[in-house]
Design a protein around this ligand. Structure first.
Ligand code: NAD
Length: 688
């Protein structure tokens, strides 16, 4: 046994077992790689050793979490050097895989001559989550072992698979229940004896090579929506094509170039920014980690509508009992049945068992009496967006629930300070702004009101984490962070369609930018009649006119768009006529509007508003705003969030464009003082 080099080398019979000594960080760092090469060479030199087992370090390394790791991955001996030594070894080398083997560890195993896994092992290539592709030739090797279809899914989704699936796909040769080392040793011995074929990836043909075209175009359908227009998708597909068309060594060389280009490119930097930003949001400068927190064992929800039901599911999923209150039995029944239907749907899709559904439903109590919330530690109000209604409810709740219980509102726009004043405990009141659908969207804006106490904020941030949300602390202002910035974009989109663009032009530009949908498609989805009523409608905006025509969005089969029988949106002649008529009535001369103007008119005022939000202290840091937009509105992660994007394109460009638009559009484009100051100082949001 040789421990001096950082690896254990144990020989049993004619098989050497090589194991990286624990404690080294990163798990697959340059030191570990050097030690493994040393151990491998030593084993190859020993005449009594005929085959080698490599125990892959568990937990494994995921190169690419930050720049340091990419540089570390490039230090000699690189993963590729190590793989080449294994691949070319004169004696068979078998990987023994247990636990979570992700990233570099898995890539290393792919270079071995065989792979044995314990039943509980999980294997994966998480690089996609960082806007990257694997750095160690995984695409070339995996394609030959399992085909390009499996490779494509694993590489683009970044999701790990279990040992059984890996065996079925041809990645793993043998799955064992126990004594992995003994099994791997036996397997290696059999290869040395010629009783078992070596499965060195470089010697194999890509099994589904002939289906390449279908598979790659299918990828655009399944993964293209999220990754459309990215270098990540483009370069990953190139590497897959190369795997199907090129000899192994040549393919490896090309893949290395492509993967490094991607890892060092703008998209991966943006993704790393997002990963860092999501770690940062939990840090609240004046609320240290050791701040006292309050127990939350029972949650009350007022309102079982769209939001109340979704919010309830978050807590039921973590095993917290929920009492939900409605005004009428039908509304309560409807709310509860929607929750059940959602869970049943998940069970049908295999995401949970029917038992899991029942466990959750048993934790849910529906009632028509607000008094039944008396024993709750936290009550979240999700009734109509109406100040008087909310104040009345908070006043009543104040008298019902314990004085130290927390009261929260899910309001989208209303003044949480005013709501808090309706109680005798403003220090226990805050906003918890969930996003729709509340059981799915990861964002939670934790709205800190003037008097909200630190323990209440610490408790709710902790609770956000417990229910799997990304909590971002924001201050009280109209629309908080997300909707306040969204309003800028909505305003410009509405102006643009009267000036000359059509709704589908605006939507296309924002969709191509990477957002899940444009403002008009979103409006059709949410319903054009939010906040509209026939009695008060003045027929003065495109939206009002469409509502009056009963074109209220998808639910009425028409809105800004027409919808065909498959609910696919198609540009509408009716809407076009409405827009042209209104523009004429207003005496507006329509003009051709370039895509570039559409994009800048929609996005730059958002960045500008973000600057105001920061200046007013309504967000703690610019990266928190990015997290809001990525998790609440589907801002494309490869563009890092609006504030990061502003820094990337240059704040001087943003400011200059704002001024140019200000000349024609007026105060909607007045630059934020912070934007001006940063440009003067040559700094960015990231430097604050
Ligand atoms: P909704 O109309 O779907 O549901 C509101 C429910 O509250 C209704 O079922 C109603 O019967 C019930 N209700 C009204 N008064 C009540 C009372 N006194 N006691 C008990 N129940 C009562 O509305 P929603 O979309 O779920 O919105 C609720 C809140 O969440 C609003 O403040 C809204 O601004 C906010 N919000 C909505 C969204 C969204 O996308 N829908 C997103 C974030 C926040």
């Amino acid at each position: 046994m040789d421990q001096s080099s950082g690896v254990n080398l144990a020989v049993d019979g004619d098989v050497a077992v090589l194991r990286a000594a624990g404690g080294a960080a990163p798990v697959f760092g340059a030191d570990v790689r050097a030690a493994l090469i040393g151990g491998l060479r030593a084993a190859l030199l020993r005449p009594d050793v005929r085959a080698i087992v490599l125990a892959i370090p568990e937990g494994s390394a995921m190169m690419g979490a930050d720049e340091g790791e990419i540089e570390e991955a490039c230090k000699a001996p690189t993963l590729m050097d190590l793989q080449a030594e294994v691949e070319d070894a004169a004696k068979p080398v078998v990987a023994a895989l247990s636990g979570s083997v992700l990233g570099a560890g898995f890539e290393f195993a792919l270079a071995c001559h065989g792979r044995v896994a314990s039943k509980t092992a999980r294997l994966g290539l998480p690089h996609a989550k960082f806007g990257m592709m694997p750095l160690g030739g995984a695409i070339q090797r995996l394609s030959r072992l399992a085909g390009i279809r499996v490779t494509l899914d694993m590489v683009l989704s970044g999701t790990a698979i279990d040992a059984a699936a890996a065996e079925e796909a041809g990645i793993v040769d043998w799955v064992v229940e126990d004594d992995l080392t003994a099994a791997a040793s036996a397997f290696a011995h059999c290869i040395a004896e010629g009783e078992q074929a070596s499965r060195r990836a470089g010697d194999l043909d890509v099994p589904d090579r002939d289906e390449k075209q279908d598979i790659l175009s299918g990828a655009i359908r399944t993964h293209g929506r999220k990754l459309r227009g990215t270098r990540q998708l483009e370069l990953t597909l190139s590497a897959l094509r190369v795997a199907a068309e090129t000899p192994f060594d040549e393919g490896l060389a090309t893949e290395t170039e492509l993967s490094l280009e991607l890892a060092r490119g703008a998209e991966a930097s943006a993704r790393r920014h997002v990963a860092r930003a999501e770690r940062e949001t939990w840090r609240i400068p004046d609320i240290p980690a050791e701040t006292e927190t309050l127990p939350v064992e029972r949650v009350g929800i007022v309102g079982a509508g769209t939001m109340g039901g979704g919010i309830a599911m978050n807590f039921l999923n973590t095993g917290l009992p929920v009492t939900i209150v409605e005004t009428r039995q039908e509304a309560l029944d409807r709310g509860v049945s929607v929750i059940r239907r959602n869970y049943d749907g998940s069970a049908r899709k295999g995401r949970m068992s029917q038992d899991d559904v029942e466990v959750r439903m048993r934790l849910l109590t529906g009632t028509l009496a607000l008094e039944d919330l008396a024993s709750c530690d936290l009550v979240i109000e999700a009734v109509f967006e109406n100040m008087e209604v909310k104040k009345e409810i908070f006043g009543r709740l104040d008298a019902i629930v314990r004085p130290d219980a927390i009261l929260a509102s899910n309001t989208s726009y209303l003044d949480v300070d005013e709501i808090a004043r309706a109680t005798s405990r403003p220090e226990r009141v805050l906003g918890l702004h969930f996003f729709s659908p509340a059981n799915i969207m990861r964002l939670l804006e934790v709205v800190r009101a003037e008097k909200t106490s630190k323990p209440v904020l610490a408790t709710t941030m902790q609770l956000a984490r417990r229910i799997g949300k990304v909590g971002v602390m924001v201050g009280v202002c109209f629309g908080f962070v997300g909707n306040r910035m969204l309003a800028q974009r909505q305003r410009e989109a509405t102006k643009l369609i009267l000036e000359g663009a059509m709704p589908w032009d605006v939507d296309r530009v924002l969709y191509d930018f990477g957002l899940p949908m444009g403002p008009f498609a979103m409006s059709d989805l949410a319903g054009l009649d939010l906040g509209w009523s026939r009695e008060t409608s003045k027929g003065e905006t495109v939206k009002e006119i469409l509502c009056e025509m009963d074109r209220r969005g998808q639910k009425t089969g028409a809105g800004f768009y027409d919808y065909d029988e498959n609910r696919k949106a198609v540009p509408s002649k009716v809407t076009e006529t409405v827009i042209l008529d209104l523009a004429e009535r207003r005496g507006m001369a329509r003009r051709e509007i370039a895509d570039e103007e559409i994009l800048k008119r929609c996005i730059y005022p958002m960045i500008n508003e973000g600057a105001k939000i920061l200046d007013e202290g309504k967000a703690i840091r610019a990266s928190d705003i990015d997290v809001v937009w990525i998790n609440g509105y589907g801002w494309p992660a490869h563009r890092g969030g609006p504030m990061y994007y502003g820094d990337r394109i240059g704040l001087d460009e943003v400011l200059e464009t704002m001024r140019r638009f200000e000349a024609t559009q007026g105060e909607d484009f007045r630059p934020a003082p912070l934007l001006e100051r940063l440009v003067r100082e040559g700094r960015g949001f990231g430097d604050l």
